[in-house]
Structures are given as C-alpha cells and as structure tokens.
Design a protein around this ligand. Structure first.
Ligand SMILES: [Zn+2]
Length: 246
C-alpha cells in the first residue's frame, strides 16, 4: 500500500513537472517572438567606413554575453511624444573626408573610436547615465542618430538604445574582429563608427544598440520637445563642391 502511494505521488510530481516545463518553454519562446519582430536597422553595407585599427579594439562593447536575467529588461526611459531635433541635414547626403581632415576635426579619442573603430572603456562615457529628454547626434558630422525616448539602462557600461532615431540614419555591417561575429553600426551620413548592435535588448525591438558615448553629441529638448540648438552639421560633399565652384 505504502509503495503504491509513493508511486502515485511520484507520478503526480512527474506530470506536474512536465506541465511546468511546457509552460516555461511556451513563455520564453513567445517572448523571443515578440523581441525578434521589428528590427530597427537595415543590413546595408557602407563603403564609407574603413575598418582600420581593429587590433586596438578593447574587449569593450563585445559584451554579447549579457546575463540572461537582463535579456528582457524593460525599457526604463519613459516614452513621451516624438522629439523635434531641430534643423537636420537631409538623408542621402554623404560626407566623405580624408582621414587627415577627420583628424583635424576630431580630438584624438573621438578619432580613435569613430575612424578606427575603437571602444571607450566601460562605464567611462559622459552620456552613459544621461536621462534628459533630447537627441543624440553624430559627434563627427552632426546627423541625428538616437533619441532619449529609446535609451535604456542595459547595465553594460555603454549608452544603450533599443532603436535608432530613424532607420535610414544608421548603417550596419558584419564585424568579424576580436574573434567574434558582431553587427557593427555606424552613421550612414559620414561612416563614423558608433558601436555594435546585439539581439538581447528590450521590447519592442529586442535590439541593444551598444554605443560609445564619445561618438555622440547630446542636445536637450525644451518643454515643447524641441531641440533649440542642434549641432551644426558638416556640409555634405555636394554642398562643399558647390562652395568650391563659387
Ligand atoms: Zn556622422
């Protein structure tokens, strides 16, 4: 009798266990589905970016192995109305400067990160804990790249966004440096290296844009959600050619 009871208890426990495991699988896979829809950047190639100096890449934003419990971390930035970034250069206007010209315009650290695909030390970025409402512009050319609406605390030590301000402002390409395969993200206008995109971000995209603070210039929005003093963008190649003709 005792044996029969124990056997029955064991059977009940086994059935309960299988039931719980099934619910667990279903829950996690449906969360994955939500996260994988709505990718925020295209996989366009950019010939503007030359990937030199990759050997100097610190392990840095290659931290693809974020703890599992951080994976579905919800967005901490409150969604407000769309922020008006002020006057911005139109998309599709390329800025191609020689490396010497970039070196003149950018300080040494910004040049290393944006033109040589460097990575700032984790936790060192000025914009890491910035929670103000506003727009993050390309530190090299002045194009708007990220909004405070999409910033979240990833706990990785780099400013993180679940999407770009506008998809066509960002370019991506495969980066096989550091013995890893990662998605590199850069400014579509000037080719300046920004960081990498990982698949462990929060809803609604499931993406984590891991961006060097040095590659961004932040401008706060006013009470009406307007950035009053956006950075002066570098003129496009076409504009500079026109100016040279005159
Ligand atoms: Zn740029």
């Amino acid at each position: 009798m005792m044996f029969t009871l124990r056997t029955r208890d064991a059977l009940v426990a086994l059935i309960l266990g299988i039931g719980l495991m099934t619910i667990g699988c279903w829950t996690s896979s449906s969360a994955e589905d939500d996260g994988s829809s709505n990718t925020s950047t295209s996989t366009q190639e950019s010939s503007a970016t030359t990937m030199t100096g990759q050997a100097r890449h610190a392990r840095g934003d290659g931290s693809g192995n974020v703890d599992q419990d951080r994976r579905r971390k919800t967005e901490t930035t409150k969604l407000g109305k769309r922020i008006d970034p002020g006057e911005v250069p139109p998309t599709g206007t390329e800025v191609t400067l020689s490396e010497d010209e970039w070196r003149e315009r950018l300080d040494d650290n910004t040049f290393r990160i944006m033109r040589e695909a460097g990575t700032e030390r984790a936790g060192s970025g000025e914009l890491l804990h910035n929670k103000k409402s506003g727009i993050y512009y390309c530190a090299a050319c002045g194009a708007p790249l990220y909004s405070s609406r999409h910033k979240f605390d990833s706990g990785t030590g780099w400013p993180s966004y679940y999407k770009g301000w506008s998809e066509d402002r960002l370019g991506t390409k495969v980066d096989n440096s550091m013995g890893m395969t990662r998605t590199e993200v850069h400014c579509a206008r000037c080719g300046g290296h920004l960081g990498h995109i990982f698949d462990d971000g929060p809803d609604p995209t499931g993406k984590r844009h891991c961006i060097n603070s040095v590659a961004l210039t932040f401008r706060p929005a006013n009470e009406d959600g307007v950035v009053e003093n956006p950075p002066e963008p570098i003129p496009s190649d076409a504009d500079r050619a026109d100016a040279a003709d005159k």
